[in-house]
Write a protein of this length. Sequence first.
Length: 335
Amino acid sequence: MTKLIEVESLTKVYPDGTRAVDDVSFHVEEGEMFGFLGPNGAGKTTTIRILVTLLPKTAGSARVGGIEVSEDPDTVRRSIGYAAQFIGVDDDLTAHENLVLQARLHGIGKAEARRRAEELLEVFALSPVAGRRAATLSGGMRRRLDLAQALAHRPPLVFLDEPTTGLDPQTRNAMWRYLEELNRGGTTVFLTTQYLEEADRLCTRLAIIDHGRIVVEGSPAELKKQVGGDVVTLSLEDHEPETVRRALEAVTAFPGAGEPRVFDHSISLPVKDAGEALSALVRRLDAAGIPVSRLSMSSPTLDEVFLRHTGERMRVEDPNTRASSPAFRVMRGRR
């Protein structure tokens, strides 16, 4: 597989001494949907901005398509698409004009730019509002238009920095379906997101960054497996301390089980395969004379992976704090 992104010992230190990215190394292969996760302020956006040539690195190497981003930024920009956290559409232009402008800025001829704009408007369900000024569109429409702009020149690699934050569930699901189709068509996607279910569904591989460093990397399935097997939760009918003690004694000796944990009057027990272990576990508890009111089982989630490696749960920012950035609109025009 060809490595489209190669990052080695990448470091970014701001003038005030803040080490936003600290000796980070990873790669993204052609055709992947690569997720880049982390708490707010972990270094995700700084890393992306270096890769898309909007921010100089302090040290290390960052190559996109085999090109060092600091040595030939113009060539890198021509080969990528980028949709940032802030929506970068021109409010004074119509949806159609925004897309034509982006295509023309990437050297596409006038007739082809119009055809490409019409195609993207159809794909993103924006054809009915093609002639409306971007300023009059809803937040969801503006976000879809912003993503369409990143694809105007058919780049083989697209960077998406939290593209679905602030979208309603229906629009988010539609966006997921389109990203899956885009990736199946051969486009490599570098995705940061605040929605762990989004990363779990879309990404073939991901990395979690915290305090500027990569703390874990792998496929969603691999990372969840590292957390442990399935978890069986036993709710006891009898809340007496002696009953809880006896239940703990019974499940602790269960073959292949991990360390049990007590929560109020229930016990959670990690097991390798809850489907196979459940009946044997019930027989063991019944033989010990321990009454159980309810049994439930669950599989590890990316939320548990994230919590284990960062010490906190993913928090989604209030989308009302986000706005279109005029300064970024200027940078978008220079991509």
